[in-house]
Design a protein around this ligand. Structure first.
Ligand code: PRP
Length: 220
């Protein structure tokens, strides 16, 4: 029997992903949150789930170790889109990819120093603006970097803005809006089309229904 492997992003995205999976009829056989396992069987014999760091999801899908994946657009922008399609914006885990700096910082003259885990996104962004930037790779706690003068700006995701505020920073320019996307390995879509297409249809219907609800709520 042909099997599908779906790579999920752990953390915040996972919390919003599990209800969506349940709505398309996929339920893990055990509680993912309270387990140290990384691979889970589901109520469907032909579907298993992997729980990964977000940055690894596109890699697993790109190389076909997973047929489908769910990852933030920020991660996909950083990773590039080799080997997979990105057919559905699931509309969950919405936030913004932004530049930020210290409140009331004087303008930078000359090259700007930027700390981020999104080095590819940052390189593209500052190059497109014609700004000469030195990009410094960090793996977390970006908000600390301008505070201790490691850099002038950071590029990071902003949700409520509380983390920026708590560290004396302010959002500056919007690079992109972010939400979680369903991605599909290109080869798998051809070879396992009969298994994958109904899932894509299921997710698409969910998203369409939510967009409908949101537009009704907005006009009420
Ligand atoms: C993200 C991001 C910010 C924070 C923004 O970190 O890097 O630190 O969320 O959220 P806010 O605007 O609501 O304060 P996350 O908690 O996902 O952890 P990470 O550092 O591992 O990415």
């Amino acid at each position: 029997m042909s099997q599908l492997t779906i790579a999920l992003t752990k953390g915040r995205i996972l919390k919003e992903t599990l209800p969506l999976l349940a709505e398309v009829g996929i339920v893990p056989s055990e509680d993912i949150a309270s387990s140290r396992k990384l691979m889970f069987a589901t109520n469907r014999d032909d579907i298993r789930l992997l729980v990964l760091r977000g940055t690894d999801v596109p890699t697993y899908v790109q190389f076909g170790a997973a047929d489908l994946g769910i990852a933030g657009k920020d991660t996909l922008l950083e990773n590039g889109d080799d080997g997979y399609y990105e057919p559905i914006d699931l509309g969950i885990s919405r936030c913004r990819l932004m530049t930020a700096g210290m409140v009331d910082a004087p303008p930078v003259t000359g090259r700007i120093r930027v700390a981020t885990k999104y080095i590819n996104v940052a390189r593209r962004y500052y190059a497109e603006k014609g700004v000469q930037a030195d990009i410094i790779k960090l793996y977390g706690a970006m908000e600390l970097a301008p505070l201790i003068e490691l850099c002038d700006e950071i590029v990071d995701i902003v949700d409520t803005g509380n983390t920026l505020k708590a560290n004396g920073l302010e959002p500056r320019e919007l690079i992109d809006v972010v939400s979680s996307r369903l991605i599909v390995n290109k080869g798998a879509l051809k070879i396992k089309h009969k298994l994958i297409q109904p899932l894509l249809d299921g997710f698409s219907s969910l998203v369409a229904a939510r967009v409908q609800r949101e537009s009704e709520a907005a006009s009420a």
